[in-house]
Design a protein around this ligand. Structure first.
Ligand SMILES: *Cc1c(COP(=O)(O)O)cnc(C)c1O
Length: 393
């Protein structure tokens, strides 16, 4: 057997990530590789920082992409801000809060879990109660956009509460960045991480992070070395920091950063507020079609994310069979439920480049067709028209 070059098919990615990558980003990835200390490359890195500050709406000097996927951004925040013995409150309302707990414990911290129902936003009152009962809490962490359920939490309120009790905040914005309103400075978030493969519509593998002065102060006052050499911001800053001669830390993923640069240029051209509005608009169109079909959303309306739509399966339908028909017949990927929601919900992503007119209609048509042939209890032939009507309003 000879192994040949790999040529993936052209799919439409409407799952929880990765999302469709803009062709301009794919083209940028194939440009000539230059040295990572080449002055031209260093100049591009500075532009990436500036564009990320725009995307996060922050002036934080320490804003940069970690050279690894969103999970590494998460780890970067925890290993730098949590010291052995530190108490950390984690508000969990889905899968990703569980990973935060793992991170805290591996840093030698003490995780205090505040549980909310899956499919709901984090409850600020529960956080306040937990802080009253744990006055020695050093850090509060939670997910802005819970990709496992499609719920959106109120970052501004949660950060305000944490600060009243002198705790720093770590916010997961992997799915929210560029898809829904996120104002890092105005909301006074201390440390935040995101990913490139969701609403930025870049390839997977990089994790934008941002730390404010309060977070930097905590890092400078650490008594213990950060246990991860690669993630230690004291060292990474020598590479990404500005106004200093860049010193070798690791070899930046040169071409991946061309891709991120292009994705951020595209976001800048569209304008952040326009990108948020676009996600909202197509979410409403998708919703009109889904509801016309007779299917329902998992998350209450006021707590719903536009870019991740968790929809309950119709009765008697086999989850995996539907998704494989969509993939094979329509080249369309939607996401399965995670954890307690496995087999019960689909997660339909409308992230970044994926979030457009054509894909909303394609997804509704494909679901209508496949579910109809499987004799699922849905109202047939109405979803596409309902979405079109919403778009015409
Ligand atoms: C996708 C995701 C992550 C992890 O990002 P990777 O790029 O897969 O490592 C973390 N948190 C949330 C909320 C996510 O949606």
């Amino acid at each position: 057997m000879t192994i040949k070059s790999f040529h993936p098919p052209q799919r439409t990615l409407m799952g929880p990530g990765p999302s469709d990558v803009n062709p301009r980003v794919l083209e940028a990835l194939g440009r000539p590789t230059i040295g990572h200390l080449d002055p031209l490359f260093v100049g591009m890195m500075d532009e990436v920082k500036g564009l990320l500050q725009y995307a996060f709406q922050t002036r934080n000097e320490l804003t940069m992409p970690v050279s690894a996927p969103g999970s590494a951004g998460m780890e970067s925040c925890f290993v730098n801000l949590v010291e052995p013995g530190d108490k950390v409150i984690i508000c969990q309302n889905g899968v990703f809060g569980g990973r935060m707990k793992e991170n805290v414990e591996r840093c030698g911290g003490v995780a205090v879990m505040v549980q909310d129902d899956w499919g709901r936003a984090v409850d600020p009152q529960k956080l306040e109660d937990a802080l009253k009962a744990n006055r020695d809490t050093k850090v509060v962490a939670f997910v802005h956009a819970e990709t496992s359920t499609g719920a959106q939490s109120d970052v501004k309120t949660l950060v305000e509460i944490a600060h009243r009790y002198d705790a720093l905040t770590i916010v997961d914005a992997v799915t929210s960045l560029a898809g829904t309103t996120l104002l890092v400075d105005e909301w006074d978030v201390d440390a935040i991480y995101s990913g490139t493969q969701k609403c930025l519509s870049c390839t997977p593998g990089l994790s934008p992070v941002s730390f404010n002065e309060r977070a930097l102060e905590k890092i400078k006052q650490r008594k213990h070395k950060v246990q991860s050499w690669f993630m230690d911001l004291n060292l990474v800053m020598g590479y990404w920091g500005s106004g200093i001669k860049r010193s070798y830390h690791h070899t930046a993923p040169v071409n991946a950063l061309y891709g991120l640069h292009e994705a951020l240029v595209i976001l800048n051209e569209e304008g952040l507020a326009n990108a948020w509005a676009r996600h909202h608009k197509y979410h409403l169109a998708l919703r009109a079609g889904i509801e016309a079909m007779g299917l329902s959303f998992v998350v209450p309306e006021a707590e719903r994310l536009p870019q991740l739509n968790a929809v309950t399966l119709p009765a008697g339908v086999d989850d995996a069979q539907v998704r494989s028909m969509l993939l094979n017949e329509y080249q369309l990927e939607i996401g399965a439920g995670l954890g307690v929601m496995a087999g019960k919900v689909w997660r339909i992503g409308l992230m970044g480049h994926t979030c457009n007119n054509r894909n909303v209609l394609l997804c509704l048509h494909a679901l209508d067709d496949v579910l109809g042939r499987l004799k699922a209890p849905i109202t047939r032939g109405v979803a596409v028209a309902a979405a079109q009507q919403k778009l015409a309003e």
